[in-house]
Design a binder for this molecule. Sequence first.
Ligand code: DUC
Ligand code: ZN
Ligand code: ZN
Length: 474
Amino acid sequence: MPKPKNPTLIKNGRIITATDDYAADIFMLNGVIQTIGKNIEAGPDTKVFDAHGCYVLPGGVDTHVHLENIIGPTITCDTFASGTKAAAFGGTTTVVDFALQTETDSPLGAIARAQSSAEPQVCIDYSFHVIITRVDQQVLKDVRHAMVHEGVTSFKMFMAYPGVMMADDAAIFQMLRQVGADGGMIALHAENGTVIDLLIKEALEAGHTSPRYHALTRPAILEGEATHRGIRLAELANAPIYFVHVSSNEALKHIVSARAEGIPVFAETCPHYLLFDDSVYNSDDFEIAKYVMTPPLRRPEDQKHLWRALRYDDLQVIATDHCPFCMKENHLGYRLQKLRGKDDFSLIPNGAPGIETRLVSLFDIGVTKGNLSLNRFVELIATTPAKLFGLFPKKGTIAVGSDADIVIFNPNKSQTIRIEDLHSNCDYTLLEGYTLQGVVEKVFLRGTLIVDGKEWKGREGMGEFVRRGQVQAF
Ligand code: DUC
Ligand code: ZN
Ligand code: ZN
């Protein structure tokens, strides 16, 4: 019999899951949770950690990140190594990134390419959604193969970026129909791409080149229109659908009414839509390129609707859409980043960082400000993303038999966010100087301590690819 590996005991913590809140010890062995109980005795080889005064949370599951993603002529500035290390310091132990199907290759080629880059570098567990840009019979076959044989059960499609990533409605419908029938999920970027491109062209022709026009040319009504269209396509296809980065009530209202009709519509929002609003765009300073993400930030009024939806389950996930590009050209050797759009807002790569600050920022504005209960917080950042993307119950909860991915979170300490303390390659954080309540004290990945305060104990390449199952949400 092989010797049991890595016996580890977390004592005296307050365990918080999506449904429970109780004081108990957790014994972890061979990378999984072996026992949960009162006054568990430590054996002679057992490492013991005291979580007195802290919450013991399931490791965060971030189902929307972009590491080493090639976007147009540039690349997101976090590698699989830097991005997953940053995620770990922020209390996230599983990420789902993207594998991009190019003009010529198949979804399987996209997965293989992303895998070969990720495997030697990742510090936490991971998977990919495949971005499907082109659909034909072979692609549909390969999608089925990816689901059955590779454990890749979700696919992202874009209703925006014509000529680059956009798929037409028929392609989206075909994917919804097949992937839905096979138990998987289509994640949709819902914005009306062709009208947005017209608005961008008109703005540039009128001489409007500053970053504020990024927001003005992507109005919420076009997010709403595409969301409505996506819902109707899913309804016709009899398939579940997941909307990424919902930012506005224009989109949300369609999601709310579809769910009330019983259509299996799911959606995420991102911390930046809750933390910041469109007032940041009232400037012609290029600094506001930091906030050039898609969709753009919306009105304070929209934030009220997002909070309501998060509380009452019309939004089920908070993911980061961590899509980092540096403000300084050539930072760590990264080129063609935000400054690419200095004289033309449409060339600013769309995206902002956030992978390390998700838990703490949401704990602060969500839990401590009374917008979310502790259980709901865990549900939004770990449990439901794991369920929707076929990772549960291996990931997303604290239960006997689940992976021992655990965060010891101290709600009594606060921290002031500074870029120099973060682990991303990005040269800015939107939260610079913000003092937030709550600190990630320790992080365990499959029973191994990888973050101990400010100390890194993990290792590149220790993350495992997780073969995912079917959607489990209804
Ligand atoms: N959509 C994303 O999900 N991320 C970055 C840019 C975009 O358009
Ligand atoms: Zn998107
Ligand atoms: Zn994204």
